[in-house]
Write a protein that binds this ligand. Structure first.
Ligand code: DAH
Length: 344
């Protein structure tokens, strides 16, 4: 058999040059260098060739093989690097990668909202410690030694002795009111602060109770602070939080650290006071406790007797968030279920 090596070389060169992908190039490699490929065929034709033809065919086959191997190698490198740069190139028609947007927890949002309203009214945000002593949590707030709130059933006592009071133990604050004591010791009047924070009580967990929850305490101390100041300010606050339409009602109540004291109700924002399931047919919703600072509290922080007057209030953040957003179970705040959290 006579082989036209010149023609075979030209045809291999053309085919390899035109290959536009790695699979096509592989097919060409098989065609020339494969076990049953062209070059293998040429070598096997040697057996039936004449003695004069053999050297020419052998040399031609070797040269063709070297040529094709070299060309395939070069082309393969070229196609590979092309493929890589194609991957790197930006395809603007592909859908974008979306990053899920995070947000503050609904309780954080509520605390921020409440504090912002008070900041606009001239209050400053302060924080107090979660670990307290009996003096700040009770005594300074005029809570008598035999008051049931001091009982271990109502307060988490720690296994940590109070360094300032031998024989007594530190505790987890059961309300944010001890924050009032810290603030009054730190600053002289006039002062107006709100103190948000976690509080702890050994309550059995149910739809409306948890052993840890959040409160926001308010305290304003100045000359000549009146009960009407308290009412006007809380009315402004409640209207900002629950809407312009709501009315405020103060019911006489008792707190050891304020005198007089009151519970604050708002007309139900849902039924406008007519009675519905949110207000349990009462038309009113209790939102916080308040009063004028008791002289004993001023005495406990060492303010001169009779010099200052003040107003104070305290509210539960979970309760307000539940009312505002129609949340029926306090446990939802702490379960970290994204289906709940994503709604706010
Ligand atoms: N500390 C009270 C509680 O935990 C709430 C409270 C009521 C705070 C009246 C006050 C206040 O400052 O004046 O129930």
């Amino acid at each position: 058999m006579s082989w036209d090596f010149k023609a075979l070389e030209v045809s291999a060169q053309t085919q390899i040059a035109q290959a536009n992908s790695l699979p096509v190039l592989e097919a060409i490699r098989q065609k020339y260098l494969g076990r049953k490929g062209l070059i293998a065929q040429i070598y096997s034709s040697l057996a039936g060739s004449s003695a004069e033809e053999k050297p020419r065919i052998g040399k031609g086959a070797n040269e063709l093989k070297d040529l094709v191997t070299g060309l395939l190698q070069t082309k393969q490198t070229e196609l590979r690097s092309q493929e890589k740069s194609e991957v790197k190139a930006l395809d603007v028609s592909l859908p974008g990668v979306s990053f899920p947007l995070g947000r503050p927890h609904i309780l954080t949002q509520t605390i921020d909202e409440i504090c912002t309203i008070f900041e606009r009214l001239g209050f400053v945000v302060e924080e107090g410690p979660e670990i307290e002593n009996e003096f700040n949590n009770f005594t300074a707030l005029n809570i008598p030694v035999d008051h049931p709130a001091r009982d271990a059933f109502d307060t988490f006592y720690l296994d940590v002795p109070d360094p300032q009071n031998p024989g007594r133990y530190l505790l987890l604050r059961s309300h944010t009111s001890p924050g009032q004591i810290h603030v009054m010791k730190k600053y002289r009047p006039p002062l107006a602060v709100v103190i948000p924070g976690r509080v702890y009580r050994p309550d059995a967990v149910d739809a409306s109770h948890c052993f840890m929850f959040h409160q926001i305490e308010g305290l304003l101390v100045d000359d000549n602070v009146k009960f009407s100041d308290l009412k006007g300010m809380l009315e402004t606050f409640c209207r900002h939080l629950f809407g312009e339409k709501i009315r405020l009602r103060l019911r006489p109540h008792f707190f050891p650290f304020t005198e007089p004291s009151a519970d604050v109700d708002i007309s139900c924002y849902l039924c406008d006071g007519k009675g519905c399931s949110v207000c349990k047919k009462k038309g009113w919703l209790e939102v916080m406790g308040c009063g004028l600072v008791h002289p004993k509290v001023f005495e406990a922080v060492g303010y001169p007797k009779g010099k200052y007057t003040g107003l104070a209030f305290g509210m539960g953040v979970e309760r307000l968030a539940m009312l505002k957003h129609g949340i029926s179970d306090i446990r939802l705040f702490f379960e970290n279920d994204l289906r709940f959290l994503k709604q706010f």
